[in-house]
Design a protein around this ligand. Sequence first.
Ligand code: HEM
Length: 117
Amino acid sequence: MKKIYLIVLVVLLVFTVVACSQENAETTTQASPGETEGEMIELTLEELSQFNGKDGNKAYVAVDGIIYDVTDVPQWQGGSHNGNTAGQDVSDQIANLSPHGKRVLNNLTVVGTLVEE
Ligand code: HEM
């Protein structure tokens, strides 16, 4: 009888260990860099310039150090909008030249931040 208890105990222990390690594996996968959706990136001005919305590239613009994705904004199709080109810092233009100001940023996806060289 004692032997059966011992076997049941060992089986339960094995199950617990397996369940725990699987849970850990999932957590690790979710948290691993490069795989998380919505992860923030850091770009210099030079790196940002690649995201010009042309030749299949994404269209990103920076405003006040924050990088926004304008790829799917109809007004930014082809990477340009009223004399502005994607892949650039448009902080001054949006604040001083655009009729809408920064309210148009509210609906955009933030992809990251602008950093120094
Ligand atoms: C993240 C940056 C920007 C986004 C998402 C954006 C988005 C838009 C949208 C949605 C409109 C349609 C009308 C409205 O909602 O007011 C518009 C119009 C306009 N935007 Fe922008 N804009 C951006 C930056 C700029 C900048 C930097 C300028 C600088 C000159 C500018 C100039 C204009 C002008 C002149 C119009 C009115 C004429 C038109 O409809 O084409 N925008 N923008």
